[in-house]
Design a binder for this molecule. Structure first.
Ligand SMILES: Nc1ncnc2c1ncn2[C@@H]1O[C@H](COP(=O)(O)OP(=O)(O)OP(=O)(O)O)[C@@H](O)[C@H]1O
Length: 507
């Protein structure tokens, strides 16, 4: 059974070194987290699993690592300067600041209906209500104050300001001269780096449609209220694919990518039934989207929330960034581009006509993925002896530590030397992290490794070195291998150990 509350995960993550609050020793920096010794392994393994399945195992993909610092014009023509904003509202009494849709979601149905009624809406669709409130901010403030919208921080009625859009991009000075012209942005999504490199990639690889470009990297959003641990943060990582297709084939590819991505999450240990596919209502779609499926994972405490969006971005992005827009019959509504130096289009091999490809974009959050995988793997079990054990049932390829090598006696030189040698040999196999564990008694070591998801513990004992009083000489050069999930122990010859582990850890 997955974790029941977010709190138990937060506690495990801190205690065992998966995730720490950012800038913690100076009081913390809201919306930032640091991945600790085990967290960095889990996160790297998740990214490697994505890259392997989405790039190496397909024949229609290329990779990219574009820069985080982004030219202002990229985010101007992408539409982010004008529209990448969330609705912000302040409570004059508590001085707290909220994202309007989040604030409204926390109100009782009665209060919500009263706000909607005062805004002249009969039905309460949150997206429509927020849009109306931003269009008429003064009326919205009166509506909220009259309806008694409460501040979730203290449960008291607030005195609300008119809502206003708040752009979520981090603007930063670039270069030594601090004038109005010398600024750029930290990218709010990795996607734009792919679009602006479309021609470079095409020229370098001679790809033909359909093909995709994959990228993993940091993205930054100045979220109004970062919250829920690593679920909503200001600095996070995305794993994004921009898959370029011929217009007219986009809807079919959109469906195909939905299936591919659900199967991938399943292979990472997230069963299909724990994910709801939300066909995002028209009024909630981003400015570039023709249609979007959100994959919503059933998080403890939070309920169903997005881990990945799969959008049909039409020809909006390449159409926005291309030069010579007028000759390309672009279908999306795009801003006139007066600056681009590249034609981001392809030629139809038969008609010889130039056109702008459509884009299907599966965009997954690494951090939300890590949280979902931890939630799903977290299990509390009652053992036959009445004790409780916490075990992270991670898929072995995601486990931060693949194998722990444990000397039974930490003061017996022959045993520790043997264990160290074995650790080095196993490490050389390239399985991932192999850990030399001599920090406690064997029972404690097993429990520690259960809790962090280590699939195998290998114990070197007196039998291994041929010095057991009761054991048989045949046990020399054998070790016990304990399985995390079944807790069964097997005696395995050291000469066969590499093959034994390789078979079970292959993915
Ligand atoms: N603030 C954030 N913190 C962590 N991950 C994020 C954040 N914003 C987006 N992501 C991740 O990036 C993915 C793609 O970004 P997208 O723009 O579709 O998110 P979004 O729809 O804005 O998310 P939300 O509606 O939850 O703010 C999301 O599915 C999510 O996994």
């Amino acid at each position: 059974m997955p974790a029941e509350t977010l709190e138990e995960l937060v506690s495990l993550c801190k205690r065992r070194g998966f995730i720490f609050s950012g800038s913690d020793i100076y009081g913390g920096l809201q919306g930032t987290y640091d991945y600790g010794p085990l967290g960095v392994e889990l996160k790297n393994n998740l990214k490697a699993a994505w890259w392997k399945a989405m790039v190496y195992e397909r024949d229609d993909m290329e990779g990219l690592d574009s820069s985080i610092l982004t030219h202002r014009l990229v985010l101007h023509y992408s539409g982010h300067e004008a529209t990448f904003s969330d609705p912000l509202v302040d409570n004059r009494i508590s001085k707290k600041r909220y994202r309007l849709d989040h604030l409204l979601k926390e109100q009782t149905p009665g209060v919500l209906e009263a706000v909607a009624g005062a805004m002249g809406l009969s039905e309460v669709s949150l997206a429509a209500l927020v849009a109306r409130m931003l269009a008429e901010p003064e009326r919205a403030a009166s509506a909220m104050n009259a309806a008694g919208v409460v501040d979730p921080a203290d449960g008291a009625r607030g005195d609300w300001t008119p809502p206003r859009p708040f752009n979520m991009m981090f603007r930063t000075q670039i270069g030594p001269v601090a004038d109005e012209e010398s600024f750029g942005y930290l990218r709010p999504e990795t996607a734009q780096g792919i679009f602006i490199n479309f021609k470079n990639i095409l020229d370098a690889t001679s790809r033909r449609l359909p093909f995709g470009v994959a990228q993993i990297g940091k993205a930054f959003r100045n979220e109004i209220t970062p919250r829920n641990f690593i679920f909503r943060v200001r600095e996070f990582e995305q794993m994004e694919i921009e898959y370029f297709v011929k217009p007219g084939t986009d809807e079919e590819w959109h469906q195909r990518w939905l299936e591919i991505r659900l199967a991938w999450w399943e292979a990472q240990g997230i069963p299909r039934e724990q994910i709801q596919v939300l066909d995002v209502p028209k009024e909630d779609l981003s400015h570039y989207s023709k249609r979007t499926f959100d994959l919503m994972y059933n998080f403890p405490t939070l309920g169903f929330e997005e881990i990945e969006g799969i959008a049909n971005r039409s020809d909006y992005d390449l159409g926005s960034h291309t030069k010579g827009q007028s000759g390309l019959r672009i279908q999306a509504r795009v801003m006139e581009n007066r600056h681009s130096t590249a034609r981001l289009a392809v030629q139809d091999p038969e008609t010889k006509e130039w056109f702008v490809p459509f884009v299907i974009e599966p965009s997954a959050g690494v951090d939300r993925g890590v949280l979902a995988i931890l939630s799903q793997a977290y299990t509390k079990e009652r053992l036959p002896n009445g004790e409780e054990r916490v075990v992270l049932r991670l898929k072995p390829h995601l486990a931060p530590i693949k194998v722990a090598v444990i000397p039974l006696a930490k003061n017996k030189e022959e045993i520790t030397a043997y264990a160290r040698r074995l650790k080095a040999e196993l490490q050389a196999l390239g399985l991932g992290r192999v850990f030399y564990e001599d920090t406690g008694n064997i029972g404690k070591a097993y429990r520690r490794h259960d809790e962090v998801g280590t699939p195998f513990c290998v114990t070197v004992d007196y039998d291994t070195i041929g010095k057991s009083q009761s054991g048989s000489p045949a046990l020399k050069d054998t070790v016990t291998v304990r399985d995390r999930d079944t807790m069964q122990q097997e005696r395995v010859a050291v000469s066969e150990l590499a093959a034994y582990l390789q078979e079970r850890l292959r993915f």
